[in-house]
Design a protein around this ligand. Structure first.
Ligand code: ZN
Length: 302
């Protein structure tokens, strides 16, 4: 008798996004890239390992946040010269207490430079607390960091991104975010197929679902029906390999990198090492990494 694959998503390409730095320090893993050149070097290696998208935050040489649109633009210019990897700069760089226009300024500025429009930018499509709890000390390390993204702000981002030709990545931390994503699809504020990222959270970040298979499964209970979209998963400050296996089985995609978690379980891996491991896991599920061109096709990008 013949056997067939039991994997529901067998044969479907997987989009691997490399989340190379966020604001992760180097104390646990020295391979976190800071400068534009370091980001480009990491992105090129991730592309060779199977990543189709690079998500990054601009930082100064000492690792502190860099909010200058010019640094974002310099990074995009160097990335485009070095690789065909799709580019997804953060929108979270001046998140707290900043105007909608200021939060989008680096994206709009880049889109005015010939050939430097970013492919993607994230929209956290709801509000949550991003304070950190210290379970050992039984105390909050911070207690005022509400991450506020009103429907008005999210609609502004969606409209402006459409105007400048940037594909939104709708980021869902909790089920209410996913309900807002569905409302945005109904209102026509997001083009289909849309791109939805489930951001799990761990290590004292209580604002998202736990970074476990159960945490992702509870998101998937509420996947909107009747719309065209692809979904992916990352884990802020948590090990992603459990949820990634679920995503690979269920037809989802995977967003991993040292920006989210330094992976002390693996020693001091590079971003490309993490991407390579996901690509190998994906192969075991009968799923090959999508190229940047295949990613564009999956997401309906011209
Ligand atoms: Zn980010």
């Amino acid at each position: 008798m013949g056997f067939r694959s039991t994997v529901p998503a067998f044969g479907k390409k997987v989009i691997i996004e490399a989340r190379v730095n966020e604001y992760m320090p180097r104390d646990v893993n020295p391979n976190v890239p800071f400068t534009p050149d370091e980001i480009v070097e990491a992105a090129v290696a991730c592309r060779e390992a199977g990543a189709a998208i690079c998500h990054y935050h601009a930082r100064n040489p000492d690792g502190s946040p860099n909010h200058d649109p010019e640094t974002y633009i310099e990074t995009i210019r160097k990335l485009r010269a070095a690789s065909d990897i799709l580019i997804n700069p953060t929108l979270g760089q001046v998140t707290l207490k900043s105007s909608d226009e200021a939060r989008l300024q680096h994206i709009v500025s880049a889109s005015r430079e010939p050939g430097l429009t970013p492919d993607f930018a994230p929209i956290d499509i709801g509000s949550t607390n991003v304070d950190v709890y210290d379970p050992a000390a039984k105390t909050m390390r911070t207690d005022t960091l509400a991450y506020v993204n009103t429907p008005k702000t999210c609609a502004y981002f969606a409209r402006r991104m459409r105007e400048v030709g940037v594909k939104p990545v709708a980021v869902s931390w909790t089920i209410p975010f996913t309900r807002m994503f569905e409302a945005f699809l109904e209102m026509g504020l997001l083009d289909q197929p849309a791109y939805l990222l489930f951001a799990l959270s761990d290590s004292g970040y209580l604002g998202g679902h736990p970074g476990t298979i159960k945490g992702l499964l509870s998101h998937l209970e509420y996947l909107p029906q009747g719309f065209r979209y692809e979904w992916s998963v990352n884990s802020k400050v948590g090990n992603l390999f459990g949820p990634a296996a679920l995503a690979l089985e269920m037809g989802g995609h995977v967003a991993i990198g040292l920006g989210d978690y330094p992976y002390p379980e693996l020693g001091t891996p590079t971003n490309a090492d993490l991407v390579r491991r996901i690509a190998e896991h994906a192969e075991a599920f009968g799923r090959a990494p999508a190229s940047p061109a295949e990613t564009r096709a999956l997401l309906g990008m011209s």
